[in-house]
Design a protein around this ligand. Structure first.
Ligand code: GUN
Ligand code: ZN
Length: 444
């Protein structure tokens, strides 16, 4: 058995915060120790209690000034879009044609996909993200390369090959049958293998025929514990196109509903322009609405109605994500900072407590992984991020005006922070990224 430990300022959420100041929603230990045994958290508590119990010579990584949180979780992003990020001047449907469908064609080359998978996962770790729900390209080899690298790193990832059989360049099209066969083969190979999980990934209604959606639904019925991920109600022209392509459906969500694709394991990217009936149906099926603020702003899609969705009875389950390459940053800190602004534009707020809960325990719950990740508690995997709120001159200067107020520090991190604030990232208790020195882009 290998025992390691981390010491620092520990923060972990116990419940969804009601708003700013909800001290009952989290546990903060100003000098705490997390003890890791065989990749999982064995014990956690104040340093004064835990340190004397450690065997002589146990390694302790000490971060006296930094916050140690559960590793961030990104509930939606695209592995083949690392060279699409920051593409100028187009909204969704044009952006897909002009940039995305061009870049994704390169992932038909397995060696290219393998190199990109290494780069991509190293970049996630450099941003403190230890779990993500990830879209591959249409090529089965892209998902294969991604899972292989994630398995090598020991990260918990959810991913799938995109299913798309129309309205894209021929090189990016599968068929209903081949997408069924390839998805099934990948699912059987990777779902539940170590920490990897498979997500059936019909890209969105526009790029799938009814036959392909039927195939996705058949797989969802055959493998009810697999995830489903897709896009919905991101952009007005997209919604109009779906209406024309599926005239018999009541609305956009109804297209997916007809094929049995709703439920607690389904992640719907965007959900910006859902109608009342769709919101109600999302809530009653336990489907998850994924908020992607940097993407929604960058490709001009609109403002995610987080409060309206969360305050319903029953509420719509919500997760947060970068949506790289529509999104403009791999950083969940940047994502929260932009998420705050999106709420401000709607006359409401996103408190630092709600924000940091969302990208740790909240996203873990949205993915049904709350017993494995998302909090610093015995039995959970020791996937952790070490955050430095004084990472830049501007942050250090701003922090001089903070007299030990945790919520203010968190708000500074989410407003001014990015990968420079990530001092270290641990996966199963192993340090996989370290900020100082020459930063390795291919850890381990
Ligand atoms: N809708 C369908 N495909 C995509 C994609 O790759 N990115 C975003 N943001 N929306 C989509
Ligand atoms: Zn997306």
């Amino acid at each position: 058995m290998t025992i390691t430990a981390l010491r620092g300022r520990l923060l972990s959420f116990l419940a969804a915060p009601e708003g700013a100041g909800d001290a009952a929603s989290y546990r903060y230990t100003s000098d705490g120790v997390v003890v890791v045994e065989d990749g999982r958290i064995a014990r956690v508590g104040p340093a004064a209690e835990i340190l004397p119990t450690l065997p002589a010579g146990a390694a302790v990584d000490h971060y006296p000034d930094d916050l140690i949180l559960p590793g961030f979780i990104d509930a939606h992003l695209h592995f083949p879009q690392t060279q699409v990020i920051a593409s100028y001047g187009a909204q969704l449907l044009d952006w897909l044609q002009k940039y995305t469908f061009v870049a994704e064609q390169r992932y038909g080359d397995p060696e290219f996909a393998e190199r990109q998978a290494k780069w991509f996962l190293a970049e996630l770790l450099a941003n403190g993200t230890t779990t993500a729900a990830v879209y591959g390209s249409v090529h089965p080899g892209s998902a294969e390369a991604f899972f292989a690298e994630s398995e090598r790193l020991g990260t918990a990832m959810i991913a799938g090959k995109v299913m798309m059989d129309r309205h894209a360049p021929p090189a990016l099209l599968d068929t209903a049958q081949s997408s069924y066969d390839d998805s099934k083969r990948l699912l059987q190979r990777w779902h539940g293998r170590g920490r990897q999980c498979y997500a059936l990934t019909p890209r969105f209604a526009i790029t799938s025929t009814e036959a392909q959606l039927e195939a996705a639904g058949a797989l969802a019925r055959e493998f009810p514990d697999a995830y489903v991920q897709t896009h919905i109600a991101e952009n007005r022209k997209e919604i109009e196109a779906v209406r024309e392509l599926f005239p018999d459906s009541r609305d956009y969500l109804d297209v997916y509903d007809k094929y049995g694709l709703l439920g607690p394991k389904t992640l719907f990217g965007h959900c910006i322009h859902l109608e009342e009936r769709e919101r109600q149906r999302m809530a009653e099926t336990g489907s998850v609405a994924v908020f992607c603020p940097t993407s929604n702003l960058f490709i001009g899609s609109g403002l995610f109605p987080m409060r309206e969705l969360a305050r319903r009875d029953p509420p719509v389950r919500i997760a947060a994500a970068t949506d790289v390459g529509g999104g403009t940053s791999y950083s969940m800190l940047r994502t929260l900072g932009e998420g705050y602004k999106v709420q401000q534009l709607q006359g409401t707020n996103l408190s630092a407590l709600e924000a940091f809960h969302l990208v740790t325990a909240g996203n873990a719950e949205a993915l049904g992984l709350q017993d494995e990740i998302g909090s610093i508690a015995p039995g959970r995997y020791a996937d952790l991020v070490v955050l430095d709120a004084r990472a830049t001159a501007a942050m250090a200067h701003r922090m001089e005006a903070v007299a030990g107020d945790l919520e203010e520090e968190l708000f500074i991190l989410m407003t001014l922070g990015d990968d420079r604030s990530v001092k270290a990232t641990y996966v199963q208790g192993r340090r996989m990224h370290e900020r100082e020195g020459t930063r390795s882009r291919s850890p381990a």
